[in-house]
Design a protein around this ligand. Structure first.
Ligand code: CP
Length: 307
């Protein structure tokens, strides 16, 4: 794989680069099945997770991934740091780098935060979510899960439902899926669909009942409850009525269709509990694949060598 210092998004990756991450992740997934699921690849390397926004899945799976690769891992969260005292993100990162870390995994509410760090640090930087911009490792683990189920991307029909406007997960998935030859559509309330989204090569729908039966993959996005105050749709009840993944809607999907969600889920709003836990759901497969994907990403960017 060509050596790029950082992973900031999927927008500028080639299909070859994406497939190389996925292939390497499959090798690490096999390592994770062993009785002793460790490799010495990153022994002596130190990785920092620098999270300025809450996270369960991403921060924990990067930590597990680093440990499985025998790297040292340091976890940082904003609430316990000098950021509270007015230090900038760049000063924080520079101070941490001065302690000789090799890589920084960063999550921040500002689009472009990971890029600024990447441009100013010698350490490699992985974007773990920057505002509504990109979340590349989430999309890679989603792609890995889709490939395991369908074995192909060309012609695969993927429907992403909900708050596309604010979703870094949707953007990264659209970039990755389009690069790999999938057909992508988005569906949601008009207020949550960005203007000119068609320019990314996706179809736009507002009535999910008219189309859900045509898709191999249905991905529900989290309704960002913190934005509900802003009146982007009338009520959560109406949202569920029009766009919630109910048992009836799941039953109307293709027999081999799968349901995905990046988490955290709002059960009973964008997805019903029976559907999240049902036979079409691959939500926990996504979480499992997250460790292997993050091992692959850390391995590549820390300059690891396959044995
Ligand atoms: N999917 C995702 O990014 O989850 P977390 O916010 O829990 O990391």
């Amino acid at each position: 794989m060509p050596k790029k210092k950082d992973l900031l998004g999927l927008e500028n990756l080639t299909s070859r680069e994406i497939i190389q991450y996925l292939d390497l992740a499959e090798k690490f997934a096999a390592v994770l099945e062993r009785p002793i699921p460790f490799v010495p690849s990153l022994r002596g390397k130190t990785i920092l997770t620098l999270f300025f926004e809450p996270s369960t899945r991403t921060q924990i799976s990067f930590s597990i991934a680093a440990k499985r690769l025998s790297a040292d891992i340091v976890n940082f969260s904003q609430s316990a740091s000098s950021v509270k005292k007015g230090e900038t993100i760049l000063d924080t990162a520079k101070n941490i780098e001065a302690m000789k870390v090799d890589g920084v995994v960063v999550r921040h509410s500002a689009p472009g935060a990971a890029k600024i760090l990447a441009e100013n640090l010698d350490a490699f930087v992985v974007n773990a979510g920057d505002g509504g911009h990109e979340h590349p490792t989430q999309a890679l683990l989603d792609l890995m899960t889709m490939r395991q189920k369908f074995g192909r991307f060309k012609g695969l029909k993927v429907l992403i439902i909900g708050d596309i406007e604010h979703s870094r997960v949707a953007r990264s998935n659209i970039f990755g899926l389009k690069t790999l030859g999938a057909e992508v559509a988005v569906c949601g309330p008009p207020t949550l669909i960005p203007l000119a989204i068609e320019d990314l090569g996706v179809d736009v729908f507002y009535n999910m009942d008219a189309i859900i039966q045509d898709y191999d993959v249905v991905m529900a996005l989290r309704i960002q409850l913190e934005r509900q105050e802003t009146g982007l749709f009338p009520s959560l009840r109406e949202y569920r009525t029009l766009y919630g993944l109910t048992k009836e809607r799941a039953a109307s999907m293709k027999q081999k269709g799968i349901i995905m969600h990046p988490g955290p889920t709002n059960r009973g709003i964008e997805i019903d509990p029976d559907v999240a836990d049902g036979s079409k759901s691959v939500i926990l497969n996504q979480v499992t694949n997250g460790v292997a994907i993050r091992m692959a990403v850390l391995f590549v960017h820390a300059g690891g060598k396959l044995g």
